[in-house]
Design a protein around this ligand. Sequence first.
Ligand SMILES: *Cc1c(COP(=O)(O)O)cnc(C)c1O
Length: 313
Amino acid sequence: MACKAVGITSNDIVFCQSLTFSASVNPVIYQNATPVFIDSEEETWNMDPKALEKAFEKYPNPKAVIVVHLYGNPAKIEEIKTICDKHNVPLIEDAAESLGATVNGKQTGTFGKFGIYSFNGNKIITTSGGGMLVSSDKEKIEKVRFWSTQSREPERHYEHKEIGYNYRMSNICAGIGRGQLKVLDKRLEKKREIYNKYKEEFKCIKDITMQPIPVNTEPNHWLSAIIINKGSKVKPLDIILALEKENIESRPIWKPMHMQPVFKNYDFIKIKKEGSVSEEIFENGVCLPSDTKMTKEEQEKVIEIIKGVFNRK
Ligand SMILES: *Cc1c(COP(=O)(O)O)cnc(C)c1O
């Protein structure tokens, strides 16, 4: 709906962060537009403002920029917003994973023209499914409400002048969401504890680097993710398999969109000469168990297993 509201249609170009889940870019395709993928930088793992500038040199007139706050870690959003403003291009923030994360005290998802949040089952709070679009442009929000409820014109009979969508959230789901909002602060606290515990325990393993916390930000630590230094004998898969043996789930980092078969024909803009930052994060990273229901003992077990993998190699 954000893509439609900023007027993305066929033949438009849209800049989109490559290191993300496919849901960030699918709506660009729904609008028959062309995505151009942008590489990440190492400090936040999100869209590299320098690569974004470079993309503007090659494609001066994109219809929008889609930035993601990956794993609840804020992007360099102020810098990115400045670049977008300079080029007069609307910014859409995919804050699906970052509800509650802030930059200089301001919520992620509220810097751009539009922000989107997900309440899917795996997110920090959930309504079982569904999400939320925010904007300070009241007119556009009203328009989206109209589209998302089948574009029913205000007539007694069913009158349609535009194609509609059934994208509204049911009142039952919304009720669950309002209940969930009350536990958000507790979840944020618990997620931070989980991240800090991993960070503390892995200090002694020189080959592990935690996803960095960008300056002036408060991530929501939706997932605690690590990078294993390239030279290490331990590979991400060793950790995933060792945990799996104990029936504990961990996952690779999102595979960048420019590496996905379905998006292989679209351009990718990066600064790095050899390879790319997003590829390296994908190849060397692991998302660790981060559920707020995880007990202290369970997390200790995860840590012990991971330390064991490094000690054996
Ligand atoms: C979960 C997620 C989405 C999609 O949210 P849905 O509510 O499942 O549509 C979009 N972007 C990112 C980065 C996500 O993690």
